[in-house]
Design a protein around this ligand. Structure first.
Ligand SMILES: CC(C)(COP(=O)(O)OP(=O)(O)OC[C@H]1O[C@@H](n2cnc3c(N)ncnc32)[C@H](O)[C@@H]1OP(=O)(O)O)[C@@H](O)C(=O)NCCC(=O)NCCS
Length: 138
């Protein structure tokens, strides 16, 4: 069941990020980000989560992750669809994200949910990897 994430979820989110993702976000950074006024975040209560911001009419997906042992069960898709509906309800008309060029699973997820490539940020990540910018008309 998907619900809004709170700062109390930061530890579980950090654990998922460390095990599924690249560990780029610490628990403290996640807790801080969950408290910014324009943050919108959700959890499936079992480690999966999506973290975003909405500023005026633009949403940005910062992070979405599912624990390795729970992947390929439709959890990220459910979180993303929930986020997309919530952004639109908040008044956003466009959503943006950046994804590593070497992250095929995430790109497949975003394409399946209607996102399109909108640009490239060269050497966006600390290790020199490029980011693809993707956007979605809400
Ligand atoms: C990307 C990620 C969030 C997907 O989570 P998930 O819960 O396994 O995804 P879902 O089961 O909802 O998959 C939805 C669709 O995405 C695509 N997809 C997901 N994982 C994929 C994979 N490993 N390879 C290819 N396509 C994949 C498929 O189209 C899939 O639909 P299908 O299962 O019907 O084929 C997960 O792999 C993850 O946590 N990765 C590490 C963190 C990360 O890179 N996040 C994105 C950048 S912030």
């Amino acid at each position: 069941m998907i619900r809004e994430a709170t700062p109390a979820d930061a530890a579980v989110m950090a654990d998922t990020e460390a095990r599924a993702g690249r560990g780029a976000w610490t628990e403290a950074q996640l807790r801080e980000q969950l408290q910014v006024p324009h943050a919108m975040a959700w959890t499936d209560g079992e480690g999966g989560f999506a973290l975003s911001t909405v500023v005026l009419d633009e949403a940005e997906l910062l992070l979405i992750a599912v624990p390795p042992e729970r992947q390929r069960q439709g959890r990220a898709r459910a979180l993303l669809q929930h986020a997309q509906r919530a952004w639109a309800a908040r008044g956003a008309t466009r959503a943006l994200l950046e994804v590593r060029v070497d992250n095929a699973p995430a790109q497949a997820l975003y394409r399946a949910e209607g996102w399109s490539p909108a640009g490239l940020r060269r050497r966006y990540y600390r290790d020199g990897t490029d980011a693809i910018i993707m956007d979605l008309d809400l």
